[in-house]
Ligand binder design. Structure first.
Ligand SMILES: [Zn+2]
Ligand SMILES: [Zn+2]
Length: 140
């Protein structure tokens, strides 16, 4: 379903800031911080101010259309997806890939069963080097 239809279904209009923020998130190969999103949105349309970018992110999060990850000190954003993926993050270029891993759901089941804890969001992140980047030099 298109963003416009999803928004209309919930009585929101597809405003220009909403469209541009969504485009930036959908086209990015990485998770983006709010500041990076604001910068890219501003590059595409200088008429959209930072506060409307932040308001848009909050709205999209409320509608479960984006996923906010707090894997580091700065939270990052991407279009929503299921928990059942592992994030592979390149330490060199920042590219973020999704890796489907059944073990994420195994982990959820295991925690629920053994830890007396009901998991909601599971974020698994693996740092390393992507195929496009030179392999890290081996220490001498
Ligand atoms: Zn993700
Ligand atoms: Zn890379």
């Amino acid at each position: 379903m298109e963003l416009e239809d999803i928004l209309r279904e919930r009585d929101f209009r597809l405003t220009r800031p909403r469209r541009v923020v969504w485009e930036v998130l959908s086209e990015s190969e990485r998770h983006l911080s709010a500041a990076e999103i604001a910068e890219e949105v501003h590059r595409r349309d200088p008429g959209i101010n930072v506060s409307s970018v932040y308001r848009t992110l909050a709205l999209l999060a409320e509608l479960d259309l984006v996923r906010e990850s707090r894997l580091t000190e700065t939270s990052t954003w991407e279009p929503a997806h299921a928990d059942a993926v592992i994030h592979l993050v390149c330490e060199n270029c920042g590219a973020t890939r999704h890796h489907d891993a059944a073990l994420v759901e195994d982990l959820r089941a295991e925690i629920a069963r053994t830890a007396d804890f009901a998991p909601s969001v599971i974020d698994v992140r693996v740092s390393g080097t992507c195929a496009k980047c030179p392999a890290p030099s081996t220490p001498r």
